[in-house]
Design a protein around this ligand. Sequence first.
Ligand SMILES: *Cc1c(COP(=O)(O)O)cnc(C)c1O
Length: 473
Amino acid sequence: MNNRLYGNLIFELSKEGRKGYSLPRNNYGTYEIPQELCRQEDAQLPECDELTVVRHYTNLSNNNFGVDTGFYPLGSCTMKYNPKINEEMAALPQFQNLHPSQPQETVVGAQALVDMLENYLKELTGMSAFTFKPYAGAHGELTGLMIIKDYHRDPRHNGLSRTKVIVPDSAHGTNPASAAMCGFEIIEVKSGADGLVDIEDLKRIVSLEGPNIAAMMMTNPNTLGLFETQIPVITKLIHDCGGLMYYDGANLNPMLGVCRPADMGFDVMHINLHKTFSTPHGGGGPGSGPVGVRDGIQLYLRKDVSPYNGNFAVMMRALAYILSLGREHIKEVGPLAVLNANYIKESLKDVYELPIDTICCHEFVFDGLKDKSAGVTTMDVAKRLLDYGYHAPTIYFPLLFHESLMIEPTENESKETLDGFIAVMRKIAEEAKTNPDEVKSAPHTTPIGRVDDVLAAKHPVVTYRQMLTANSQ
Ligand SMILES: *Cc1c(COP(=O)(O)O)cnc(C)c1O
């Protein structure tokens, strides 16, 4: 690659005494830094001229793959393309320069916008009140479960024995983790062959454990992208035994404006604003996981789960997204996402294994190639996609299948883009038969080839100095 000419790290380009900056004039006077806060030695910083710095970072950024450069069919995270208007709104200096410790009377306008967002979320979910304090979905789950715990501990509900939470085996790993963190015991309910909650297994659990059940957590559509059609039966079973229903809102996207968790009988929920309402969240952040409760549970809505008021810029992106779509168009998000996912699924199911052959929602899961005789795995297909300029789908999740390959195109993609992806996926399936070694050794055109995942996870080299030692060993 081009940038190799210039060195891999900015430190390798450093030449003592080179400068690419000049500091602005000091208008504020000089102040002595207390001796104990001063460095004992000079910081080792790279010294480069401006053009070298610009080229270095531009070349690095060209190695990056993003939704602005190509199709990104990653499953289980929804929002990939975030309309630029949302970024512009969140970046307004009036918003960006707010400080979380500012006195309340100076942020009345910002608070009014958060209240406006709360009203839209109430309308979209049927819930009665939200808190915006949680910083992500998992934080929202923990908050929601704390609310459920407080509800049962209230002497009026007399639920001290309710120490168990039911979680489907298809659930995202954060569900059982949050429940355990909140001090609950987890009972797993099985999925049937159709990928939905197995009602018979749930009935068995409820008859054994009824008075001990605090709640059941559910994702709908579930992590296989399937709509849980038995929700009324499930919510009745849980409510009849005195438990509450928790809705994991990570997959709210296909339901937007079409149906509402509160109407299905859910009592407490979180929304991943970064997944459903637009915010770039690759690499682990930033996020926002507002928690909503239905009428009758507001009393327990906790606002003490974080200092300050949550990630304001994520909220502003969500508000801009909702306002720019409006009441009529927000209803089109779900059906379009569903259409795109089903179009890809139907166009590929003769060459990729589709374990649950039914209409999906916004995403679906293949179990690897249909013809596995040449030993080409889901990992190989994912790596080969990189050669053709596509980001890989989510792989080896959910854990229900051995060769999971989870595809979520979202509503924004054109038919031409979907057709291009389908053609490449078919080509890779063909190569898996005619030239399997080419697929197994992919990628061939990326700046680095196939990395050793285990070594990278177990012995990551994350600092420059360590890198030098590693190289010299
Ligand atoms: C992403 C996800 C979560 C966790 O949300 P974060 O915002 O990443 O903490 C929980 N459940 C499901 C189904 C998810 O897809």
